[in-house]
Design a protein around this ligand. Structure first.
Ligand SMILES: *Cc1c(COP(=O)(O)O)cnc(C)c1O
Length: 452
């Protein structure tokens, strides 16, 4: 076993961390988890306020999921799904069809959110060429400002977060871009009451101008996560669905962040009775245990890929670990826990408690906006509350908030100057209080007010 000091040194020198400026990286090494808590190598205890990056659902070391993974290990750890099946993947496909909105009947497995969306983009493109009456001129995607669908190049093309995506512009394909459907920093003549109509007018204009070229709209239903937990006006998703139908384009719903109970319903699309043509799942699908992702498709899409081998209608795409039995066993167990623990029906009091904390935090002098959808929340810090003028990003206020929250035993990770609160759905009210109080303490410290 390496020593603590070796681990620190190697973590700093050898381990190139995701989304991390390594020049200033200070190792934070987690060695153990239990329920909503994590322990670092020095024995410090933290509440997991970001669900280990938005994926933990029922807490760490859940006995039901642990046992399912162990049970699968006693059978086989991995077999391919290229031309073969395994009981865990097969059953998971069946269960996912049951729990997702009606009409999504086929499941393509991959291993990360990015790959799930990548798969959806390619299926949508190929579908337009192979459908009963082919429309090969439909090659373009509509994507939103501030959208985030992962970091591989296909999904970077549809991504719209400038600080992540701008650099790679020369490498990616063109998309039809419409503004982020948020409700903060709206133009002067737009209010929250008419924000939905405002955003729809942009989407409608793109369809009216380019409708015959549009293969699909790709969106994060209800909330743009990485944009800074940007919540959308009620009715926007439903109206976007109607526009895609009217102009004969597909709707790709990226539920990687919002799926599996995060919004208070099993899937965000349920809030507006929407069945997308393609739905992408990741993050919480295994309860936050193992990398599994899935792209669900309607029968109409699936059938466009059927034919004699020589017709080359096959979807020539795959990921080595797609349908991995260990991951699928974890995902099946997580779905069982949703039922056994009534995870969704236990959420309303937690969502209400989170709202109460946010209402208080919203009063702080440098909090420009608080946004919440179910068990996901974002608190945006600004230099000037009246004008919504941001802080200089180099001051790293968000990071400073989270560093201070750690002193209070809570682990958070910001999105720029947005403090994200996204605890496991299994969190208790008392633990939720601690997470929110630590965030508030952090905000007071990092925005220069006296703590406590
Ligand atoms: C995290 C995320 C992704 C990417 O998932 P990875 O597993 O990190 O590749 C895609 N879409 C949304 C909405 C996400 O939040």
């Amino acid at each position: 076993m390496p020593t603590r000091d070796e681990l620190h040194q190697w973590d700093r020198r050898r381990h190139w961390h995701a989304f991390t400026q390594m020049q200033e990286y200070e190792p934070l090494i987690f060695v153990r988890g239990q329920g909503c808590r994590l322990w670092d190598i020095d024995g410090n205890e933290y509440l997991d306020g970001v669900s280990s990056l938005w994926c933990n659902v029922h807490g760490h070391r859940h006995p039901r999921i642990d046992a399912a993974v162990r049970g699968q290990l006693d059978r086989v750890a991995h077999v391919t799904n290229l031309g073969a099946g395994n009981p865990s993947a097969i059953e998971l496909a069946e269960r996912l069809v049951e729990v997702t909105p009606p009409g999504l009947d086929h499941v393509f497995f991959s291993d990360d959110g990015a790959t799930a969306v990548e798969v959806a983009l390619k299926i949508a493109f190929q579908y337009q060429r192979q459908r009963k009456t082919p429309t090969p001129e439909k090659t373009m995607f509509v994507a939103f400002g501030e959208a985030y669908h992962g970091d591989t190049l296909g999904v970077v093309s549809v991504g719209g977060v400038a600080r992540f995506h701008k650099m790679f512009k020369p490498l990616v394909f063109d998309v039809l871009r419409v503004p982020s459907p948020g409700m903060y920093r709206l133009p002067e003549d737009v209010t929250r009451a008419n924000a939905c109509e405002y955003h729809l007018s942009h989407l409608r204009a793109v369809f009216e101008q380019h409708g015959d070229k549009i293969a699909a709209v790709v969106l994060e239903p209800l909330v743009q996560g990485a944009a800074g937990i940007v919540t959308q006006p009620a009715g926007f998703l439903r109206a976007a669905r109607e526009l895609t139908r009217r102009f004969d384009a597909l709707l790709i719903a990226d539920e990687v962040a919002v799926g599996f109970g995060r919004t208070g319903r099993m899937f965000a699309c349920e809030h507006e009775d929407v069945t997308p043509d393609l739905m992408c799942l990741g993050k919480g699908i295994t309860g936050g245990y193992l990398p599994v992702a899935a792209t669900l498709a309607t029968r109409e899409i699936y059938e466009a890929f059927l034919g004699e081998y020589g017709e080359l209608k096959t979807f020539f795409h795959g990921h080595t670990y797609g349908g991995n039995p260990l991951g699928c066993a974890a995902a099946l167990a997580s779905l069982a826990v949703f039922e056994e623990e009534q995870t969704i029906s236990n959420l309303p009091p937690k969502i209400a408690r989170l709202s109460e904390h946010l209402a208080r935090i919203a009063e702080l002098p440098h909090v420009g906006d608080v946004r919440q959808c179910g068990m996901m929340a974002g608190i945006e810090l600004v230099a000037d509350k009246a004008t919504a003028e941001p802080f200089d990003f180099r001051a790293k206020r968000g990071y400073r908030v989270c560093a201070a929250a750690r002193e209070k035993g809570v682990w958070l990770r910001p999105l720029g100057d947005v403090i994200v609160i996204m605890p496991p759905l299994a969190i208790t009210l008392e633990e939720l209080d601690q997470v929110c109080q630590a965030a508030e303490y952090g905000i007071r410290v990092a925005t220069g007010k006296n703590p406590d």
